[in-house]
Design a protein around this ligand. Structure first.
Ligand code: CUA
Length: 182
């Protein structure tokens, strides 16, 4: 039998399975199970696949909530584009906009405090990737993703976009500040 000519016997699927093929099917099946159980395992042990909530939103509504936070808690501006740095109170809801090709605003959070981090895209798919912690989440338009986060170490973290989103995808980077509680 070959892949080009039709099988000589029409009931080819009744042939006994070859040892090598059977072995590979078994290996593939076991690997599927490993990958499947890695998801809950990594969620619990790895602390990287964070549980999140998602709600419908619109760019207008999300922008409004973000703007309100910026108006209240802006502490300074950074970079040439004058991106506001916002230090919202511990325990509050914080908002981060993903858009072509920018994260807005910059967040300054306190170590050891828990925040509800809201993420939404203004245009199309972006990827929120917090480095070097390696926390990843897709950011979709018209959905608001909420992560409950507690930064455990003070420092300056990088947020990069890890879903290809066009010509300036590589420039879609920002910082996240985690400071010692005042
Ligand atoms: Cu946004 Cu890539």
């Amino acid at each position: 039998m070959s892949a080009i000519t039709p099988p000589t016997t029409r009931l080819w699927w009744k042939q006994p399975i070859d040892r090598v093929e059977g072995t590979w099917i078994a290996i593939a099946f076991v690997w599927c199970l490993v990958m499947f159980f890695m998801m809950p395992y990594w969620h619990i042990v790895g602390k990287q696949n964070l549980a999140n909530e998602a709600y419908r939103t619109t760019p207008e509504r999300f922008t409004q909530k973000t703007q309100e936070m910026v108006d209240k808690y802006k502490v300074r501006e950074e970079t040439e584009q004058k991106i506001p740095v916002v230090a919202p109170p511990a325990g509050s809801d914080v908002y981060l906009i993903a858009r072509l090709w920018q994260w807005w605003p910059m967040l300054e959070l306190e170590e050891g405090k828990t925040y509800r981090l809201h993420l939404a895209s203004m245009d199309w798919l972006h990827g929120f990737s917090l480095q070097p912690e390696n926390i990843n989440i897709q950011v979709h338009p018209n959905y608001e993703h909420i992560l409950t986060v507690t930064p455990t170490r003070a420092g300056t973290y990088s947020i990069i976009c890890n879903e290809y989103c066009g010509i300036n995808h590589h420039t879609m980077v920002t910082r996240l500040y985690v400071v010692k509680p005042k």
